[in-house]
Design a protein around this ligand. Structure first.
Ligand code: ATP
Length: 262
């Protein structure tokens, strides 16, 4: 008899949430299995952060089902949220300290995680305020990855980064996922980032927040080249529900509206 437990997963069914009297999420269904990436993309205010906070257990569930069987979830917030009175290295090692790991070992692991993300020894000795925004984002990502999460919840993690740095961190994350098999839930405003990284792209519309399009980009994310990503993003952007979600005018007749994005 096979007694192995099923692989972990995040599963949402009919999730509804209101902030006060105002409905924010209306009937969200989502599946995120181990080793996969789901990108939630939608306009500002459609409820993406609320949804991520519910998945992370930072907000209490009101209505609907949340099944979450990952054992080492980690969250990367919209802002780096580094503690200003600690060195960058101590910030990155903070979660390991909370797990009771000794100072020498946690500094060793934090240093390695930071170097992997392109931070150098000088940056690690600095306070966060002495780092550029991009370096702070790398430190926040290192702080999450050093915990070896099996689920990484990310809220607009790369919003403040230039296109080159974004690309580097995308590749680092995907390589890490390929070796460690972590699941990723990524919130982004950026359709192209969603198409580049995700196994499944869920497009949300606002008022109330709901999923209006589901799209599976072709192939595996690590192998998607720029041309494919541009083409698929352009195709997705021609879909009427996606255009409506972002408040874009309808594509005029004969403007190349595609039955499928790619
Ligand atoms: N704690 C709160 N109390 C009241 N309203 C809130 C609260 N948090 C969020 N909201 C409202 O809920 C709606 C959804 O907010 P949320 O931050 O989840 O959206 P979002 O899609 O992540 O937006 P953005 O992309 O701008 O970060 C917004 O209208 C916001 O003003």
């Amino acid at each position: 008899m096979d007694t192995a437990s099923p692989p972990p997963a995040l599963r949402l069914r009919g999730l509804r949430h209101a902030h006060g009297p105002r409905p924010v999420l209306d009937g969200i269904d989502l599946d995120l299995p181990a080793g996969h990436t789901v990108a939630l993309v939608g306009p500002s205010g459609c409820g993406k952060t609320t949804l991520l906070h519910l998945c992370a257990g930072l907000l209490a569930r009101q209505q609907g089902f949340i099944g979450q069987s990952f054992v080492r979830p980690a969250v990367m917030f919209q802002q780096p949220r580094l503690l200003p009175w600690m060195s960058t290295l101590d910030n990155i090692a903070l979660g390991l300290k909370a797990r009771g790991m000794g100072r020498a070992e946690r500094q060793r692991q934090a240093t390695r995680a930071a170097l992997d993300l392109g931070l150098d020894a000088a940056a690690l000795a600095h306070f966060p305020a002495e780092l550029s925004g991009g370096m702070q984002s790398r430190a926040a990502l290192a702080r999450a990855l050093v915990l070896a999460p099996d689920l990484l919840l990310m809220d607009e993690p790369f919003g403040a980064l230039d296109v080159g740095l974004r690309g580097q961190l995308h590749q680092l994350l995907l390589a890490r996922q390929a070796t460690e098999g972590m699941a990723m839930l990524l919130i982004t405003h950026d359709l192209m980032e969603a198409v580049r990284l995700a196994d499944s792209v869920l497009v949300m519309a606002a008022e109330p927040g709901r999923i209006v399009a589901r799209y599976t980009p072709p192939g595996v994310a690590l192998a998607r080249g720029d041309a494919l990503v541009y083409r698929c993003t352009a195709g997705l952007l021609r879909q009427p529900p996606v255009r409506a979600a972002f408040g874009l005018p309808a594509v005029p007749a004969g403007g190349g509206e595609a039955a499928t994005p790619c």
